[in-house]
Ligand binder design. Structure first.
Ligand SMILES: [Zn+2]
Length: 473
């Protein structure tokens, strides 16, 4: 063929054949499917509202799985779908496939913790005749985003006698909320404006205002703090020492909302990573019987490095596999567990930072994930020359690509920011230790790690479709 004399049509055909063109979800799906995408997001928003903390997410997942017949008891030889909860902050669901377990599993792992403020263990104090609660932030936040906005407290307090109180304050219309104060602009010059953005707000000043009513008279010592303690005692039976054995998490108050004239975006706290947690939960509950055994893992502590008993660096997955082996009538041995995991394929289900329309200069636009182009496959994360990345294998990406294309999942690839611009990590590398094939996969998100993250309904729906296609392949 003489390529110099191609007709316009031939050039168009050649382009379609040779060039890679990511597709906009709205261009690719019909109106019936668009409807399904919207209705999927309605259920997702409910999950976001009910599962703002890792404990609440575990509770929700556990109940959904129970309703679908997942068992929490190991029963040798039963081969039933099963649930394993670990310390109420991480949970696994498993659904046996037709292929023997020994040939490996299909694993999706997501995290159910999100950046927030945690109450300190001695939080309560009074100053200038007001009551406050001290906090210590959890995960990567931009501190200024947490000022002057309504906040809710969710969590568990364990009392001295061992029983506990679960409380949520600030979500019901009738509840009070809490807030971190900010300095008025008129006086902010030296204290804030002249400083670098990340130094302008001090972590130790992220204190919640929690009351203004004194107890007793002017002679009463610490009467504002005492008043708060008395209220907490009346309502929950708590004493000050109980805060020591408590996990009280401060999160943005309020519900997930549709964003934009056309209702096509979801704004909420915690898309990272509840979008993936919910999509993988829905996928395993809805899926057809598959070849491989499906294991869906929901872990805690990702935002602070995945350490701790309920994080991805723990041996929870090995426990899940050994229970699965028992359930299928095998005697677990460490060697077998490791062999199963080495022969497994996995998605590290996590969000990617989408191309920010106002800060396009921080991205390599050719390689950035874009809102609306479907679920994003991220070959590597890390920073400064892929440092700390899992960097998935070409063979594995080839396999996944084939599955997504075959099942009409709209997908894209994404790299987090320009080379040397910054970076981040996921749990992929902690699972890769077992030798399994693993790659990051999830929807792109804007305003990531903020109290109000933005995701695209088409991407959220394709994340669910992608996870399901992966499990059923
Ligand atoms: Zn994440």
């Amino acid at each position: 063929m003489n390529k110099k004399n191609l007709t316009k049509k031939e050039i168009k055909n050649l382009r379609e054949k040779l060039q890679y063109n990511p597709e906009l979800v709205w261009d690719a799906i019909n109106s019936a499917e668009k409807k399904r995408a919207f209705s999927f997001c309605e259920t997702y928003k409910k999950f976001l509202d009910q599962a703002k903390t890792e404990r609440e997410a575990v509770e929700y997942i556990r109940n959904m799985a129970r309703d679908k017949g997942f068992s929490e008891q190991v029963k040798p030889g039963s081969c039933r779908p099963m649930t394993k909860v670990f310390r109420e902050k991480s949970i696994a669901l498993a659904r046996p496939g037709k292929d023997p377990l020994m040939n490996g599993i299909r694993l999706i792992i997501s995290h159910i913790d999100s950046p927030r403020l945690d109450l300190k263990q001695k939080p309560l104090y009074e100053t200038v005749d007001l009551t406050f609660l001290k906090t210590h932030y959890y995960g990567g936040i931009k501190k200024f985003q947490w000022l002057a906005r309504p906040l809710a407290i969710h969590g568990r307090v364990v009392r001295a006698n061992g029983d506990f109180v679960d409380l949520t304050v600030g979500e019901d219309e009738a509840d009070p909320v809490f807030t971190v104060l900010d300095l008025l602009p008129h006086l902010a010059k030296n204290a804030q404006y002249d400083k670098k953005l990340d130094k302008a707000i001090v972590g130790e000043k992220l204190n919640l205002i929690a009351g203004s009513l004194p107890l007793g008279d002017k002679e009463t010592k610490e009467r504002f703090k005492l008043s708060a303690l008395s209220l907490l005692n009346d309502k929950y039976g708590l004493v000050e020492e109980d805060f020591i054995s408590a996990e009280l998490e401060v999160v943005p108050a309020g519900k997930a909302r549709d964003v934009g004239w056309d209702y096509t975006l979801v704004g909420a706290y915690g898309h990272d990573d509840r979008s993936c947690a919910f999509s993988s939960l829905k996928a395993v509950l809805d899926m057809k019987v598959s070849e491989k055994t499906a294991v869906i893992l929901f872990v805690d502590k990702e935002e602070i490095g995945s350490d701790g008993a309920t994080g991805a660096k723990s041996n929870f997955l090995e426990l899940v596999i050994s229970d699965l082996m028992l359930d299928m009538g095998h005697k677990p041995s460490l060697r077998e567990i490791h062999r199963i995991l080495a022969d497994s394929t996995a998605l590290s289900a996590d969000v990617n930072g989408g191309l920010d329309p106002d800060y396009q200069e921080v991205h390599d636009k050719q390689n950035a994930a874009r809102l609306g182009y479907g679920v994003c496959v991220t070959k590597f994360t890390g920073h400064g020359g892929k440092s700390g990345a899992n960097d998935a294998n070409a063979e594995y990406l080839g396999w996944l690509r084939k599955i997504f294309n075959k099942t009409k999942v709209i997908w894209q690839t994404g790299e987090l920011g320009k080379v040397d611009e910054g970076g981040g990590g996921t749990v992929a590398k902690f699972l890769a230790i077992y030798g399994m094939e693993i790659v990051d996969c999830g929807p792109p998100v804007l305003s990531m790690h903020s109290p109000f993250e933005i995701a695209h309904k088409g991407d959220l729906y394709m994340t669910y479709n992608g996870f399901r296609a992966f499990l059923e392949a």
